[in-house]
Design a protein around this ligand. Structure first.
Ligand SMILES: [Zn+2]
Length: 242
């Protein structure tokens, strides 16, 4: 199967251009050149033509992100960061702390090859957990904390535990096309949410906490069913990132 590795550009009326995740980029290919990191590329072959790299995509939209949000620290969400001009980064403290643990092999197994991990470790991110907790203004009923990143309720980081460590999504209560919820890897696709079909347990266990994945996935299935007014954006969904 072919999967996109999506990155979302938010054109915020007061904060300017913001990126949610950055997809793949040259830093990924660099980090997976040596062995054993090469295994990542063998197991998940990645293609990125120049016109699909972030600099080309941003130029097409005349965008200059002044803030970058990283839902979690897997290579397919962070590598593109090193392909564009530096900007302040926000991620979760849980994801950050987990990144500091383990060795070359464990970090590879956890989805972040060593050379890429070292580049991420050189950043000085802010953490979603340090922003004020926000109310569930849209009434989603999601049983996770919401953090108000913009102090006006327009950018809500929502914990989506289970996949990786410290994953969060971004709820945008008001966009030009209605409410949108960027849910990273909490589901692979919109179809999976409609079918209530989570990935197999063996995959969930390899990439995080299977029990928490199931609970998060079930909450998002309910949301998809009950709130068709909120568009859901899984990072690897061929329908969302057609
Ligand atoms: Zn991931």
């Amino acid at each position: 199967m072919r999967f996109p590795a999506g990155s979302v550009l938010i054109r915020h009326p007061t904060l300017g251009d913001i990126l949610f995740d950055t997809g793949y980029g040259p830093a990924f290919f660099d980090a997976t050149r040596p062995f054993p990191e090469r295994l990542y590329r063998w197991l998940t072959p990645v293609q990125q033509p120049p016109d699909q790299r972030l600099p080309a995509l941003l130029e097409k939209h005349g965008a200059r992100p002044g803030l970058i949000l990283l839902s979690h620290l897997h290579a397919d969400h962070v590598a593109g960061l090193f392909d564009i001009p530096p900007a302040p980064v926000i991620t979760s403290r849980k994801a950050w702390e987990h990144l500091q643990e383990g060795n070359r092999l464990t970090t590879l197994k956890a989805g972040c090859p060593e050379r890429l991990r070292q580049r991420i470790q050189s950043l000085h991110p802010q953490f979603i957990e340090d922003f004020p907790v926000a109310p569930d203004a849209l009434g989603t009923g999601l049983p996770f904390p919401f953090y108000d990143l913009a102090a006006d309720g327009s950018l809500l980081a929502v914990s989506l535990p289970g996949h990786g460590h410290g994953q969060f999504g971004l709820l945008l209560p008001q966009t030009s096309t209605g409410p949108a919820f960027l849910i990273a890897d909490a589901a692979w696709s919109r179809q999976a949410l409609r079918d209530r079909a989570p990935p197999p347990d063996i995959t969930l266990r390899r990439l995080g906490d299977a029990g928490a994945c199931h609970a998060t996935f079930a909450a998002l299935c309910d949301l998809a069913q009950q709130r068709p007014d909120i568009s859901l954006w899984p990072s690897h969904c061929p329908e969302a990132f057609a």
